[in-house]
Design a protein around this ligand. Sequence first.
Ligand SMILES: C[S@@+](CC[C@H](N)C(=O)[O-])C[C@H]1O[C@@H](n2cnc3c(N)ncnc32)[C@H](O)[C@@H]1O
Length: 277
Amino acid sequence: MTSRVAFSRLPPEDVAEMWKKIGSPFRASVNEQEIYARFLEEAAEHRDNPKMIVLGVTPELRKLGHKYGYQVTCVDFSPLVITVMDILMGEEGERDIIVRCNWLETPLQRGQYDAIVGDASINMVELKSWDRLLKIIHDLLKPGGYFVTRTMVGLEDSIPFTDALKRFGKQLFRYPERYIGSLQYALITPENNVGPYRLVERLEKLRKNGDITDDEFDIICMRIPPGRVDVYILEQKQFEDVLSKHFQIKDYYYDKELHDAEGLIAMFPIYRVVKKL
Ligand SMILES: C[S@@+](CC[C@H](N)C(=O)[O-])C[C@H]1O[C@@H](n2cnc3c(N)ncnc32)[C@H](O)[C@@H]1O
């Protein structure tokens, strides 16, 4: 059965090996990377020496930044994750500027960046700070700069976890990547926390009761990074309202394969929004 040792208790080389095996929805899928690529390519057009910030140290986003000619600056407060992602980036990572700090306290100079990109980064921040974070992102961008964000959002009111299990049935174990977000959302707390460890704990109980097999437990949980990471969510309409305070929403796209399932209650759209003046 999957061993769930917290990343912080392992050497960075081992975490890097484990990270390679984690797929959707906790890392951008191939289709999602194509959407990011299109948005970032467009944001770099007609701009000399474009500069981009990654909220985090996500290798896929850093590599896209290089591909489209950006000077990449990564902002992340975790020394462990910075080291792990440096291992995964290899020499290519050496060209990036790494700033170790909280996004909410970043010392980076305002008004200097053509694009800011984050893979579910907003979801890592407590809801009460979303407006503050979006204002900081707004201020860091140049006029006309783009913020590109894959964000986990709810599609409707949450439903009880047992209803979600019934609704998804055995499909859950065939296409776990499609359903994990909805299962997290079914376990939402009053603070809108949908941290994936809560899903692991719930599945652990089902496994102990014999309601799911060890293999079924593994199919879901091997995709979920270990550790107690809180993740926060809003319904899509509410998220758009918060975004619209600081940005004009251009459009959003999502991985159609990942969302090709009946009855999903959460999704992972990638928004492209432009700084409001
Ligand atoms: C960008 S998110 C999501 C991970 C992403 N899906 C990926 O593929 O890399 C995870 C990163 O955000 C960082 N992080 C979370 N909250 C942060 C904050 N307030 N300030 C700076 N870094 C933060 C964590 O340390 C972690 O490295």
